[in-house]
Design a binder for this molecule. Structure first.
Ligand SMILES: [Zn+2]
Ligand SMILES: [Zn+2]
Length: 307
């Protein structure tokens, strides 16, 4: 006999491990949406009238984040950064377009290669590719949101991402990274650092995949070619093995971290921030890391002309 939903007579669509229950497709969607709404309320992520920019990569997490924010009634627009990584990026952009059409949210696209002359992976530098890619994405999302007056930027980080980030940084004792991680990063530097929120903070990757399937959200499955073999994937695997033996490991680990986060504050080397000489955005030196890395002489203006 196939398992039945805990709440109705329909066949089970998914077996959740924590809390342990079988749910049909409809009741799973309801469960997932309620969970995200509660996370957003618990951490006071967004006020109902705030404009939020969702960073959509074409992958499942950001697609689900945009879909659910829209469904919960928020004012959503999306930004896709085409990183210029060949076919992988072209596919990502096509998925991002389809995902935004599906939910009826405006999509803005920034192409790194057109904007800066080189795609990610094409720059001659000693810096690791993932490191300057991250720096470039963070800067563009923040500056785009700031230039266009958004109140917040939302990303698709899920519970597995957060747990593996914390795990990795504990295993390497990168304690300075552990002082500031969390579901919400408040606005700062006179609004030039836009508030960051993670609506999927308390749902697992497995739940995100199931929700995308249940909601008919299509997404790019391929991993970034530069991320292959990244150690975070190994940490995720270890955490998944633990989760299987002891359901609730991941959520309890992350919640415990949030309670103890203050212990790492002494490690925080809060560099005095000042305005970048080139772009005016926050910098720890004379010029911000984005303008320095890309050798900019003039700031980039991301303001969208509205008809
Ligand atoms: Zn049901
Ligand atoms: Zn700058």
């Amino acid at each position: 006999m196939p398992a039945k939903c805990k709440f109705c007579d329909r066949p089970a669509f998914i077996k959740l491990h924590y809390p342990r229950m079988y749910l049909c497709e409809e009741h799973f969607k309801e469960y997932f949406e309620r969970k995200v709404r509660r996370t957003m309320e618990r951490y006071k992520m967004l006020k109902p009238d705030e404009r939020v920019l969702v960073a959509v990569s074409g992958g499942k997490d950001s697609a689900v984040a945009a879909y659910i924010l829209k469904k919960l009634g928020y004012k959503v627009e999306c930004l896709h950064i085409n990183l210029g990584i060949g076919d992988y990026s072209e596919k990502g952009e096509r998925y991002a377009r389809r995902q935004c059409e599906k939910i009826g949210a405006p999509l803005h696209v920034v192409r790194v290669k057109e904007l800066l002359g080189h795609g990610i992976g094409e720059v001659k530098t000693r810096r690791p590719t993932c490191s300057y890619c991250g720096l470039t994405k963070r800067y563009i999302f923040n500056k785009f949101a700031y230039d266009n007056g958004f109140d917040a930027v939302a990303t698709g980080h899920n519970l597995d991402d957060e747990a593996s980030f914390i795990f990795n940084n504990i295993m390497n004792w990168n304690t300075q990274y552990l002082a500031k991680q969390g579901p919400v990063t408040p606005a700062g530097f006179n609004g030039k650092l836009v508030k960051k929120v993670k609506p999927l903070y308390e749902v697992t990757e497995r739940e995100v995949v199931a929700y995308a399937l249940a909601s008919g959200i299509e997404y790019e499955i391929e991993e970034c070619p530069y991320a292959r073999g990244a150690t975070t994937l190994e940490w995720k695997e270890i955490l998944n093995q633990m989760e299987e033996k002891r359901p609730g490991t991941k959520i309890n680990f992350v919640k415990g971290y949030l309670r103890k986060r203050h212990l790492f504050e002494a490690e925080l080397k809060e560099a005095e921030l000042r305005e970048c000489k080139v772009c005016g955005m926050p910098a720890s030196g004379e010029v911000c890391s984005f303008c320095r890395f890309w050798g900019l002489k003039e700031p980039i203006d991301f303001r969208v002309k509205r008809q």
